[in-house]
Design a protein around this ligand. Structure first.
Ligand SMILES: Nc1ncnc2c1ncn2[C@@H]1O[C@H](COP(=O)(O)OP(=O)(O)OP(=O)(O)O)[C@@H](O)[C@H]1O
Length: 252
């Protein structure tokens, strides 16, 4: 995926100013920056929630036309949200099953009489969902209503639901926000494992610098809507603009 000269405005506010960067297949790419830098806006451009006034999003070698978020999802771009967006009254299993919706093709009629394609789809969906539940180690809570889970586990269920759609590019909006150290370590491990095991390309927004540097192959740094750094964690750490604008002091 490639962002080419993206500019996004909200009225008079320029949230993103002429930013270009790419996300390579198979990598973990982080977008970091201080509050209000434009990170969430950028994630929303990638996932089709916002449409930039200028610039193009290239996906799989071609410019992507203006699309609705569900169309972007069907093209294999999955996401999680900063504020957890799960169905609190439903079980973990049912929540993860909703992630399969983009894969359902049987007609309502076929589903209603549980016949042919509908039955085959349901079996396939179940298998995929069970695989992900095992992978993320949430078997023990599969029948628990999500509303009863602690925050860290809810975040993991949200990851499971996004993975259920089998995205080729997964966008994570602050996956570690609000977590304690142990939960952060768990989440980091799962993100690395997902990338490794399923080959999923991952782009994430994160505030916690330590986590990002350990996790990512490459990092984009934003500040006031501009891109001020782009490279490996090592390169970004030693970039003077980044040090001044974001880190404040050298990290070494
Ligand atoms: N829907 C919107 N309407 C108007 N202005 C917006 C909207 N979304 C974002 N902005 C503005 O765009 C700028 C960038 O915001 P954005 O949320 O993308 O930054 P961020 O880096 O994700 O910040 P944070 O880390 O606090 O989530 C801010 O000035 C914000 O007020």
């Amino acid at each position: 995926m490639e962002m080419r000269n993206i500019t996004l405005r909200f009225g008079g506010v320029e949230a993103i100013k002429d930013i270009s960067f790419d996300i390579r297949e198979g990598e973990i790419r982080a977008i970091i920056g201080p509050n209000g830098a434009g990170k969430s806006s950028m994630l929303n451009v990638i996932s089709g929630f916002y449409h930039p006034q200028e610039g193009e999003v290239w996906y799989k070698g071609a410019p992507r036309p203006s699309m609705k978020p569900y169309e972007v999802a069907r093209m294999g771009v999955g996401r999680t949200f900063q504020n957890i967006a799960l169905f609190e009254g439903m079980t973990v299993l049912d929540n993860v099953m909703t992630g399969r919706l983009t894969h359902m093709k049987a007609s309502l009629w076929e589903q209603a009489i549980w016949w042919g394609k509908a039955e085959r789809e349901e079996v396939q969906n179940r298998e995929q969902v069970e695989k992900i539940i095992d992978f993320l180690e949430i078997q023990a809570i599969r029948k628990t209503p999500v509303g009863r889970l602690p925050y860290g586990l809810k975040k993991r269920v949200e990851l499971a639901r996004a993975l259920a759609a089998e995205p080729s590019l997964l966008l994570l909006d602050e996956p570690m926000a609000g977590m304690n150290v142990e939960e952060k370590e768990d989440m980091s491990r799962f993100i690395l494992d997902v990338n490794d095991e399923f080959g999923t390309t991952i782009a994430l927004i994160e505030h916690d610098m330590g986590v990002v540097m350990d996790l990512s192959d490459r990092v984009v740094v934003m500040d006031y809507g501009k891109k001020i750094g782009d490279g490996t964690p090592g390169e970004v750490r030693s970039n003077q603009d980044v040090i001044e604008a974001y880190l404040g002091v050298p990290h070494e």
